[in-house]
Design a protein around this ligand. Structure first.
Ligand code: NAG
Length: 133
């Protein structure tokens, strides 16, 4: 399927996702935003998808403090990240292991149908987080 993505106002067939790039610094506080409705963040690191959910401030269950797989099994057991109910993802001390593509399952691909019946899809946004050299 061919996908069309509006980039800077023009309609261009270019890639499978609209990707923003963020340069994070080692050991630094890093805040990511994809919209205030986001309650679950996902990331692809080392070819694996991991998820982290927004919870009440006093809720320290695994899914709120550790990146976990779709079934809730902990993958990266570090408490360096937290998702807030305003949609922000905060990584308190950015590490090499955090380099990856960040997205939200709450903000996935949107399929738009035109009045003539044709459809086009806008991929969900993704933030590619790289390490600042
Ligand atoms: C969301 O809430 C957290 C925790 O209170 C805060 O650190 C962060 O700056 C907030 N994000 C925005 C976009 O205001």
């Amino acid at each position: 399927m061919i996908k069309y993505f509006p980039i800077f106002g023009a309609l261009v067939v270019i890639s499978l996702a609209s990707v923003a790039i963020l340069q994070a610094e080692l050991n630094q506080f890093t805040q990511l935003e994809l919209g205030t409705e986001v309650r679950t963040w996902g990331r692809t690191v080392g070819g694996k998808k991991e998820y982290l959910k927004a919870c009440a401030d006093n809720d320290n269950s695994n899914k709120c403090i550790h990146w976990s797989d779709e079934k809730g099994n902990v993958i990266s057991s570090t408490s360096r990240s937290r998702v807030f109910n305003n949609g922000s993802l905060i990584i308190y001390s950015f590490q090499k292991a955090d380099v990856g593509g960040y997205f939200s399952p709450d903000e996935r691909e949107r399929v738009v149908e035109n009045s003539d019946g044709t459809k086009w899809a806008v991929a969900g946004p993704e933030i590619s987080v790289v390490l600042k050299e």
